[in-house]
Each structure stands twice: as structure tokens, then as C-alpha cells.
Design a protein around this ligand. Structure first.
Ligand code: ATP
Ligand code: MG
Length: 567
């Protein structure tokens, strides 16, 4: 059993794999790969693919999963993304061991195999321009037209392909194409391009190449060279499978194996966007603060927001693997985090919108240290000391002068319990003479009520508080969804997806009193601020003595609330 998960997952891909193992196909071994293109950082959709590929390798003895960078598009790729992607995969809890590969490692081999295709009469150098090629390609309803260069001799093709490599021709002058079938109903089979001339330095191979292989040509051969048994990809590659198989069949004498491609549906999440291209627009257009903006569904963003690897893996198990559309509500993701943090996050108190309370029967300078458990049910999380002083802060909305019906918190003449401390009674209210805003609430402490309720007294409300003398000031960031519509990229939503950005997706609260214990909080350690939600220290913007906390998720499902409101 995998070290991560309680129960073995099952899905149609694992069923196929188990049948293959039972037949002793590939000597009973399973080799998968996660093949990101390093043109952006990973998002939670990629997490689905990572959990599938690495999860399978963990589940079946003797199996392994490779991390392979599909780096055939040097203009868009960066070394920084390679490092970020590795960090994200590791953070999710997976390990590729010695099996880190780059498609660019195979450029020489890919070139030689292209010569083999030419020699077999299965590839030719085409001199149509990109525009011409497009018009020759045909449409979904009309067949394509054969290129006038399709019948070049093997010798001429070889000479020209070698000259392409040697840099004899300008960019775009020729391409190498597979010779398949211009009238195929599958457009991917209409003599697809295998190589292009592009004078672009590559982050791995530098200036060594001025021709680059296409993704379709590279991917299947890379899989075969690495001995991949099951090449798992998303459904948009289904129409490319005939080409994947065609290339491997034509080169079967040169390659060690023929991996099986199996497709599953992409994860789509409500109220966000999940394609690297679109995420790049948000980042480069400064609509968010960077790839790790906590509002983004990137792994770096949700990590900064306070998601845990366990919650993401749990989420990926819940959504499962199928071929059916996989549109998932954000509430499901958030619930996975809540479930994890409910038992694993220590608790503390913070006040977001403070109003001062004066406990008038405590002397000036009063300090009472109270030892409290960090979690009501999880003693493993230890305890801490909080300090009660004559002046404290509570939330402004925990007090109402003219309370609505059913209001259980502090009202003039009424009582509430201070969390982990005493019952207090409101005696009077101090106001700004000009604005009439409440500046302080004067209360009386009943020192006889620590951890007990005197008989006959009904005190329903319990409110959180922080000492006005002994606290630390924090910046607290609250988030809402980045988009106002569930499917921002859907044309039905109208306009550009940028028009649907939620202007209130980030709310910054600058001077929030929080318990002193939070001044030295560790990055990556979650915390529940009682009654307010789960929070995580922002590792980028926090300073010593001035922590910044991101709200990871509220305590309850606010999406459900929204839904009932709009019904
Ligand atoms: P994007 O459109 O976001 O750039 P991509 O598919 O181009 O995604 P790759 O780097 O090529 O990104 O993806 C690596 C692997 O992750 C591929 O096997 C791809 O199928 C898978 N993947 C990408 N997005 C998702 C998703 N939303 N759900 C599941 N798997 C995904
Ligand atoms: Mg891609």
C-alpha cells in the first residue's frame, strides 16, 4: 500500500494496468511518466496527473514514474520553470529517484530516427510556407491536398534534411513531414510536421540545433526510449493517438517498446482558470502578484495560501480518473483542506476588526497567564499561554447596541464568555462624540467563572479576544475567488476572461492584533484562528515581529451560503 493513502484507489486505468500485470505484459512491470512542458508553473490540474502517474508507480511493486520535461518549444520555456516544477512535485510528496529526463536529451536520437523515416519513404522535406500548408491541410469536412513536394526522392529528402540541420536554410523555409494520408478524416494524420527550422537557443542544448522536433513526434519516441509502459495523458490527445501509434509502428525495429497511450479527462475547477497560457496572461499582465499569488490554482499559489500536500492528494483521490468531463466545484477542494486542518491545525486567537474592551474591575497592569490547549481534541498539538489584561480587543461585530433577534454575543447589560477565560458583562459604551462610533466597551469580569458556568446563568455566546497590551500586530489577507463567474473562459460568459476578474478577490487588513504566540510562527504550519478560519504564514511577505497571514479557507463552506443566498 502507498505510504500516502489509506485505501487503494481504483479507476479504469488501474483496471487496465492490473490486467496487463496479470498477463505479465512488460514482464509485469509498470512504468509511467509525468511530462510537463517547462513553459509555466504547475497547477492543480497537473496535480491530478502527478497523483495518477506517481500514485500508480507507488501502488504496484517494481514500478516507477519518470519526471520528463517535454522541452521541444524553446521560445516559451525557462530553466526557472524546471526548478519550480521539480519543487512542486516534491512538495506533493512524490519522488522520481534517478529518473529525471528531458526530451532534449533525445534530440540526436530523434534526428537519426527521422532519417530512418525518410529512408523508408515515410517522411519528406516540404517547402510549402506555413500559410500554404494551412490551406493544403483541408478541414474537418474536406480532405486535404497533397503537397507538391511530397514525391521528392529519398536522396533529395536526406540531402535537404541534413542541410536543414546544418543551417543552410532560413527559418521556416522547409519542414520535415510524415507521409501518411492527406485525406484522412483525422487531421493529425494529414502529413503532420515532424521538424521545423527555428534559430532559437535552447535552455538545455544551447545553440546546438537550429531545427526542432514537434511535440507529437518527440513525445511517443521519448516514451518508447524510456521504456514507458502506459503513457497517460488528457483527452485532448485522443485524436493524436493514431499518430502516436503510427510513428512507433514505423520505427518499431529501432525502438525498445511500444507504450500504450490512455487518455483521461482534464480537471476543471469552477471560478478559476487552469491553462498555463491563461495563467501566464494573468501573471505577465500583473492581474495577480506572480505565479505564487494565493488566488491562483497554481501549486505554488495554493501552497502559499496554506493548502497541504495531504489535502491535495485527498482531493485528487475524490475526483477520481474517468473519461467523463471533470468540472469540479471549488467547495470540494476547500472541504478537503478543512478536513485535514480540522484535526491537524493548532488554534489561536486573532481579531480582524478590533474594538477595545476595558475590564474595569481588573487593576491597571493586571496580567493573568492562562494555559490553554492548542486543540480541543488533539492533545498532540500541545498547549500555550495566553494573557488576560485589563484591556483587550474583541471583534467589532461581536457587540451590538441594538441587537437583531437571536444575537448571542455582547449587548449592553448582557453577558458573554471570553474564550478560554471568564464571563464578562457589558456595563457601558464609550463613543466618539462626533461620529458616535463605539470607541470602547466597558465590562465587568466575573472572576468566579473560569472554566465553569455558575448555576442559573445562561451564557450562550463565546467570543474570541486578544490582549490589548500583550499581542503582536499582523497583516491578514482574506481571499475570494479570482473570478466572478464559474467558467471565465466560456464564450457564453461574454467578453474576455479578464472582464470577469473579481475586484474584491483580495482584502488586506493591516493592523490585526493576534496572540503573541503567532509572532514566531513557522511557514508551512497551518493555524486556525478561532471562529475566523484556517490561516497560513505568508513566507514571502512576513517580517520578524510583523507576520502576514493568508486565510487558506473559512471554517464553513461559504460557497454553500452563496448558493442559498442566490436561490
Ligand atoms: P496547460 O494547458 O495548463 O498548459 P498542458 O497540458 O499544456 O496544460 P503540460 O505541461 O503539457 O501542460 O502537462 C503535463 C501533463 O499534465 C500532461 O500529461 C497533461 O495531460 C497533464 N495535465 C495538464 N492539465 C491538466 C488538467 N487540468 N487535468 C489533468 N491533467 C492535466
Ligand atoms: Mg501542453
Amino acid at each position: 500500500m502507498s505510504p500516502h493513502d489509506e485505501k487503494k484507489p481504483t479507476d479504469f486505468i488501474r483496471t487496465i494496468i492490473e490486467q496487463d500485470i496479470a498477463r505479465n505484459l512488460n514482464n509485469g512491470q509498470v512504468v509511467t511518466r509525468f511530462p510537463p512542458e517547462p513553459n509555466g508553473t504547475l497547477h492543480i490540474g497537473h496535480a491530478k496527473s502527478i497523483c495518477l502517474n506517481f500514485g500508480i508507480a507507488e501502488q504496484y511493486p517494481g514500478s516507477r514514474c519518470h519526471l520528463r520535461f517535454d522541452d521541444t518549444n524553446p521560445e516559451k520555456e525557462e530553466v526557472a520553470y524546471i526548478e519550480a516544477i521539480k519543487e512542486d512535485v516534491r512538495w506533493l510528496g512524490f519522488d522520481w529517484g534517478d529518473h529525471l529526463y528531458f526530451a532534449s536529451d533525445y534530440f540526436e536520437r530523434l534526428y537519426q530516427l527521422a532519417e530512418v523515416l525518410i529512408e523508408k519513404g515515410k517522411a519528406y522535406v516540404c517547402s510549402l510556407s506555413a500559410d500554404q500548408m494551412r490551406s493544403y491541410r483541408g478541414t474537418l469536412t474536406e480532405p486535404g491536398k497533397e503537397s507538391p513536394y511530397r514525391h521528392r526522392t529519398v536522396e533529395e529528402n536526406l540531402t535537404m534534411f541534413r542541410a536543414m540541420r546544418a543551417g543552410t536554410y532560413p527559418d521556416g523555409a522547409h519542414t520535415l513531414r510524415a507521409k501518411i494520408d492527406m485525406s484522412s478524416p483525422n487531421i493529425n494524420m494529414r502529413d503532420p510536421t515532424l521538424y521545423r527550422i527555428r534559430r532559437v537557443p535552447h535552455h538545455q542544448t544551447k545553440d546546438l540545433w537550429c531545427i526542432y522536433p514537434t511535440y507529437d513526434y518527440t513525445h511517443c519516441i521519448s516514451d518508447a526510449l524510456e521504456g514507458i509502459t502506459h503513457s497517460l495523458c488528457t483527452l485532448e490527445f485522443e485524436d493524436h493517438r493514431p499518430l502516436y501509434d503510427w510513428i512507433l509502428d514505423e520505427l518499431k525495429d529501432e525502438l525498445p517498446c511500444h507504450p500504450r497511450q490512455i487518455e483521461f479527462s482534464r480537471l476543471e475547477l469552477d471560478f478559476t482558470v487552469m491553462s498555463k497560457r491563461v495563467l501566464t496572461t494573468l501573471v505577465t499582465g500583473h492581474h495577480v502578484s506572480g505565479w505564487d499569488d494565493p488566488r491562483l490554482p497554481t501549486i505554488a499559489g495554493i501552497r502559499r495560501r496554506g493548502y497541504t500536500p495531504a489535502s491535495i492528494r485527498h482531493f485528487c483521490r475524490l475526483i477520481g480518473i474517468t473519461k467523463a468531463p471533470n468540472h469540479v466545484e471549488m467547495a470540494l477542494l476547500e472541504n478537503c483542506l478543512r478536513e485535514d486542518l480540522e484535526i491537524n491545525a493548532p488554534r489561536a486567537m486573532a481579531v480582524l476588526d478590533p474594538v477595545r474592551v476595558i475590564l474595569d474591575n481588573l487593576p491597571e497592569g493586571y496580567q493573568e497567564e492562562i494555559t490553554v490547549a492548542n486543540h480541543p481534541q488533539n492533545p498532540g498539538l500541545g498547549s500555550r499561554t495566553i494573557v488576560l489584561t485589563r484591556e483587550i480587543f474583541i471583534e467589532r461585530d461581536d457587540f451590538e447596541e441594538t441587537p437583531p433577534k437571536g444575537f448571542k454575543r455582547l449587548i449592553p447589560g448582557g453577558e458573554v464568555r471570553l474564550r478560554h477565560a471568564y464571563i464578562i458583562r457589558c456595563e457601558s459604551v464609550l463613543k466618539d462624540p462626533k461620529t458616535q462610533a463605539v470607541t470602547a466597551i466597558v465590562c465587568h469580569v466575573d472572576k468566579d467563572t473560569m472554566n465553569r458556568a455558575p448555576e442559573g446563568r445562561k451564557v450562550k455566546g463565546v467570543i474570541h479576544w486578544v490582549s490589548a497590551q500583550r499581542h503582536c500586530q499582523a497583516e491578514i489577507r482574506l481571499y475570494e475567488s479570482l473570478f466572478l463567474v464559474p467558467h471565465p473562459l466560456d464564450h457564453k460568459a461574454g467578453g474576455s476572461f479578464l472582464d470577469h476578474i473579481n475586484p474584491d478577490s483580495l482584502k488586506i487588513l493591516n493592523h490585526c492584533p493576534v496572540e503573541e504566540s503567532l509572532a514566531q510562527w513557522q511557514p508551512g504550519r497551518p493555524v486556525q484562528f478561532e471562529r475566523l478560519g484556517y490561516f497560513a504564514l505568508d513566507h514571502r511577505d512576513s517580517n520578524p515581529g510583523r507576520p502576514v497571514f493568508n486565510r487558506s479557507v473559512s471554517l464553513r463552506d461559504s460557497w454553500a451560503k452563496e448558493k442559498t443566498k442566490s436561490q
